[in-house]
Design a protein around this ligand. Structure first.
Ligand code: PAF
Length: 230
């Protein structure tokens, strides 16, 4: 596995792969990799000839400086996991490589980003779309892999691909969970023992809600009007 640190090195490599008609899979990440990421990498290795994994904690998608500072960074452990999972090139750029100058272009996904996570993290999806567009341009993938855990992010990236005519296939991969149901996430490392113990209750509540809705849909509705006397 090669480790590339500059945008120019990644562009040069992907140019050679494209000339040799190799299919390129891209797995964008912010590192602190877990089994959910590794499944994306394995799927990309199965579907493509070569796989680029980016590890970059993207400052423009954080609207809280402290959150950016505390985001887990374990580059050596990440690199050790990626080779065996099928990564061909690990792209680990600096902030200066990704943002040689401040960007002026603004992404606005309208109603798509005014609900759920977007409502509470203004500018977050602008930052995601900016860095993902840059990664698409630098690695020119045939397929790009994202986890369904970040459902709204997948919807925003689908819109980005459609609006800017990126010539690639988006692959959304199912959420991978811990044995107790908690969705795997790099941020789980930051949970206190109490919060970690409580976190699976959220999934239990959602799963219960989903099963009740499903049950309701399959219960025959009473046909009171049929028995009306008039
Ligand atoms: O899902 C993530 O880890 C990030 O939002 C992404 C897609 C790598 C962009 O920085």
């Amino acid at each position: 596995m090669e480790i590339l640190q500059s945008a120019a090195a990644l562009q040069a490599q992907t140019e050679i792969w494209r000339q040799n008609k190799l299919r390129i899979g891209l797995v964008p990440t912010m590192g602190a990799l877990h089994e959910g990421h590794l499944q994306l990498v394995r799927a990309a290795a199965q579907d493509n000839d070569v796989v680029v994994v980016s590890v970059f904690v993207n400052p423009t998608q954080f609207n809280n400086a402290e959150d950016f500072r505390l985001y887990p960074r374990v580059p050596d452990a990440d690199a050790a996991l990626l080779g065996p999972a099928g990564c061909t090139a690990l792209f680990m750029p600096s902030v200066e490589q990704m943002y040689p100058q401040p960007t002026v272009l603004r992404f606005d996904f309208g109603p798509l980003e005014q609900v759920m996570e977007g409502e509470h993290r203004p500018g977050h999806f602008h930052g995601v779309a900016t860095v993902v567009s840059k990664l698409f341009h630098l690695s020119r993938p045939h397929r790009a892999y994202f986890g369904q855990k970040d459902l709204q992010q997948v919807a925003v990236i689908r819109q980005l691909i459609a609006d800017l005519s990126f010539d690639l296939e988006l692959v959304a991969y199912p959420t991978i969970r811990e044995a107790d149901g908690l969705a795997m996430s790099s941020r789980n490392r930051r949970l206190s023992p109490e919060a970690r113990a409580a976190a699976p209750r959220l999934y239990e509540a959602l799963a219960l809600g989903a099963s009740l809705v499903e049950e309701q849909q399959h219960t025959p509705k009473p046909c009171s009007r049929l028995w009306s006397s008039s």
